[in-house]
Design a protein. Structure first.
Length: 332
C-alpha cells in the first residue's frame, strides 16, 4: 500500500503530504479548543440535487443560534453537473458565503453533485485544496472520505435531463416529478438506470492515508466516518477494507445521497450506519424519514447519542400573532 506522510493544519486537521503546498481548505473556521469532556456537533444532509429554496438557509440559521462545536456535511452542497467552470464557481460563491457567515466551523465532504466530472473536480481543488482529511476532537476521531474518486461522469443526455429538471424546479418547486424528469423518456434503459446506480470510488491513496491516521489514533473512544454515498450499500472492495480497519473500534458511518434518514445499529460490532435525510434536496419519497432535517449528536464520555431536528417543526416567532378574543365573563 502507498506510504503516506501526514501533514497537519494549525487547527489540528490531518491531510496527506501531496497537499502541503496549498493553503486552500475544504472547511470553514477552526476546530474549537474544548476542555476534555462532552460536546455536541450537527450533521446536515444533502442540500442538492434540486434544492428547495430557503431550507438549507433555515438550517444554517438554526445552527448559528444553537452553536454546536462544529457542523459536518455529507455533501451535495451545489447542483453541479456543469460544463462551464464559471457556473461551478458561481454556485460555490453563493453557498460558501452563506456557510462562512454562520461563524460555526463547517466541514465539507465531496458529493457527486459537487464533483460530477473532471472539470468540477479541478474547481473543487482550486477552491478547497483537497478531497479527504481527518481530525480529532478530544477522544473522538473523524475521517472524511471522498467516494467520488474518480468522478463518475454521466453521458450528455443524462446531463441535459438533470439541468432541465433543475431549471423547472427553480421556476416552480411544485412541478410534478414526472414533468421534472420528462427527459428520461428519451433515454435508453441503461442510461436511465445510471441515475440510480450506486457507483463509489475511494482508491489506494485514501486507504493508505486513513490507515495511517487510524494507526496513530488507537486510543480514541469513538470514530466517525463521513462520506457521501453509503458504502455499506455497495460492493466496493475499498469500503470493505475500510470496515475491516474499523472492526476493533466503536464507530459510526455517516452518508447521504438518497435523501432519506435511515439508522442501523449493530451493537455486536460496536458500529452504526446513519444515512442522513435531506436538508433542502428534493424528496425521494413521502414518509417521515424523507423530511428535511438536521442530526444533532452529543458525545458523553466518548459515547454518541442522536436527536433528529425536523426543520418543518422549526418556526419564526413572528408567525405567532396575538388572537383577538371576545370579552367573556370568567367570574362564574
Amino acid at each position: 500500500m502507498t506510504t503516506i506522510q501526514l501533514g497537519k493544519s494549525n487547527s489540528g486537521i490531518w491531510f496527506d503530504e501531496k497537499h502541503f503546498t496549498t493553503d486552500k481548505r475544504p472547511w470553514f473556521g477552526e476546530l474549537p479548543q474544548l476542555p476534555a469532556g462532552d460536546f455536541s456537533f450537527a450533521v446536515v444532509g444533502d442540500r442538492c440535487g434540486l434544492a428547495t429554496p430557503g431550507v438549507f438557509e433555515k438550517a444554517l440559521g438554526l445552527l448559528t443560534d444553537l452553536k454546536p462545536s462544529f457542523i459536518l456535511s455529507v455533501g451535495d452542497l451545489i447542483e453541479g453537473y456543469w460544463r462551464d467552470p464559471a457556473n461551478v464557481h458561481e454556485e460555490w460563491d453563493e453557498i460558501d458565503a452563506k456557510i462562512a457567515a454562520t461563524g460555526v466551523p463547517f466541514f465539507q465532504v465531496v458529493g457527486n453533485h459537487d464533483y460530477g466530472n473532471p472539470m468540477m473536480a479541478e474547481v473543487w481543488r482550486a477552491r478547497k485544496g483537497f478531497e479527504y482529511y481527518a481530525f480529532r476532537l478530544n477522544d473522538v476521531l473523524y475521517l472524511v472520505v471522498n467516494t467520488e474518486n474518480p468522478p463518475h461522469e454521466f453521458p450528455d443526455v443524462l446531463l441535459d435531463t438533470i439541468k432541465q429538471a433543475t431549471e423547472l424546479f427553480k421556476q416552480n418547486p411544485d412541478t410534478p416529478l414526472e414533468q421534472l424528469f420528462s427527459g428520461m423518456a428519451a433515454m435508453t434503459p441503461e442510461e436511465a438506470a445510471a441515475l440510480s446506480k450506486l457507483d463509489i470510488g475511494i482508491g489506494e491513496e485514501q486507504m493508505a492515508f486513513f490507515q495511517e491516521v487510524l494507526e496513530n489514533n488507537r486510543d480514541v473512544k469513538h470514530t466517525f466516518v463521513t462520506m457521501h454515498k453509503p458504502g455499506w450499500k455497495s460492493d466496493n472492495a475499498d469500503f470493505a477494507e475500510l470496515e475491516r480497519m474499523l472492526e476493533d473500534r466503536s464507530h459510526t458511518i455517516f452518508a447521504g445521497h438518497f435523501h432519506s434518514l435511515e439508522y442501523t445499529n449493530k451493537p455486536e460490532a460496536s458500529k452504526q450506519y446513519i444515512q442522513l435525510g435531506r436538508t433542502g434536496g428534493l424528496t425521494h419519497g413521502s414518509t417521515q424519514s424523507d423530511e428535511n432535517l438536521i442530526l444533532w449528536v452529543t458525545m458523553r464520555d466518548g459515547v454518541p447519542s442522536y436527536r433528529v431536528i425536523r426543520l418543518d417543526g422549526v418556526d419564526e416567532i413572528e408567525n405567532y400573532e396575538p388572537h383577538k378574543h371576545e370579552a367573556t365573563n370568567h367570574s362564574q
